[in-house]
Design a binder for this molecule. Sequence first.
Ligand code: SF4
Length: 289
Amino acid sequence: MLQELLGLGDVMEIIIGKYSGFCNGVSNTIKRANLELDKDSNIYCLGEIVHNERVIEMLEDKGMKTVDDINLVPDNARCIFRAHGERREIYEEAKRRGIEVIDLSCGKVIAIRKKIEKKKDSFVILIGKKNHPEVIGNFSFATIGDIVENSSDIDSAIDKFRDSGLNNIYVCGQTTFEEDKFLKLVDEIKEKINSLVEVDNTICSATHDRQEETKELSKRVDLMLIVGGKNSSNTKELYNISNNNVTTYLIQDVNDLDNLDINYNTIGIMGGASTPDIVINEIVNYLKR
Ligand code: SF4
């Protein structure tokens, strides 16, 4: 894979991942939020629009108000639903109260939601983090099913499937889940159940490429910097992948480097899906100094 190579004299080499930074979904969300705010600054956003304080501040400066509960959005107001999507009940509540939804759910998240909604005759197993908004949102569109995050969740999911009286299982995943773990859990489910299991690998290609490059890059450098918001699931996955191979720091921005040992010859940098280029550039400038 091609990466950006920055040689800094004889002492340090910095390699920035080719797939570092905004994915298309986050990029579209920010563009569309900006366009909406240019037309009308009186807009609410339900939850952090992306897991990055810098981006949130920029949009809030234009008037966007971030709230963490639909009850804090006044009736008939305009409200952004972010890239992760929302629960079915929240869409229904918004409709009931005349809230105009600016739905910025990523197309890939919506595609999973629609598939889950159609699988009325299957027991849906959604592999992902139980407390992740995308998982909670998409799972709310299932008629019946369970969420599996770890191997220890599988037996209970299979018991629920048996109780359901259904014959088929449909398995899909959180778009930003670690792909190797997803495939391992799928194998474990298949080993335990003979019924027809339909598997949809819904890990987003942007996530797949970023994780693969992180794996490869972390084997070639002396230190990895994974850059992203503290609440970002995809960034935590990158940290876990990289930390298996080399010393890895998970940082939000350049300020986090102050107390860390960065005395390494080759440093790899990978930004999460919500990390703007400006944050990466500041880190590179710091390392140069
Ligand atoms: S990681 Fe993939 S699914 Fe998630 S917002 Fe980005 S493009 Fe969409």
